[in-house]
Design a protein around this ligand. Structure first.
Ligand code: NI
Length: 171
């Protein structure tokens, strides 16, 4: 397994819309393993393929706590088929926007259809942190970042800060 470099704001790659996966094969399974390894190393609880520069509709999640047994989840071609009217607020962060956190309001419950690591059709009714995490990661597949859900003023400040940081690193 390989730890892949993460794509960081303001890299325009993060704004690409990812394409559906046509075949679940050994190459794809290797990519899911690399993504999990990269996520655990960061560490984070969710990662979309586009965050390692692969514009394909796939994401990994693991909500297990430190010291607990790992619970890796793989979602291929995930699709939200229904969302609840009631909403919940979580403080979100993103491996592509390191050390920045903000509260985001989203539907509290979502039903997601997807293929698992073996290419088998599955569906999950998610609530709590899993619901938020799935929506955050599926947003990535559509080129959407969690900062798109906060105020424009705050978003512009974050983008400015990261743009400045990326330029100084290039020198
Ligand atoms: Ni993210």
């Amino acid at each position: 397994m390989t730890i892949k470099p993460l794509i960081i704001l303001p890299d325009p790659v993060l704004r690409q819309v990812s394409k559906p996966i046509e075949r679940v094969d050994a190459d794809l399974q290797r990519l899911t393993d690399d993504m999990l390894e990269t996520m655990y190393d960061a560490p984070g609880i969710g990662l979309a393929a586009i965050q390692v520069g692969v514009p394909r509709r796939m994401l990994v999640i693991d909500l297990s706590k430190e010291g607990e047994e790992k619970q890796p989840l793989v979602f291929i071609n995930p699709e939200i088929v229904s969302s609840s009217d009631d909403r919940s607020v979580y403080e979100e962060g993103c491996l592509s926007i390191p050390d920045y956190y903000a509260e985001v309001e989203r539907p509290a419950q979502v039903t997601v259809k997807y293929l698992d690591r073996e290419g088998k059709e599955q569906s999950v009714v998610a609530d709590g942190l899993l619901a938020t995490c799935l929506q955050h990661e599926i947003d990535h597949l559509n080129g959407v970042l969690f900062i798109d859900h906060i105020s424009r003023l705050k978003r512009e400040m974050v983008i400015k800060k990261f743009t400045k940081a990326s330029k100084s690193k290039a020198l």
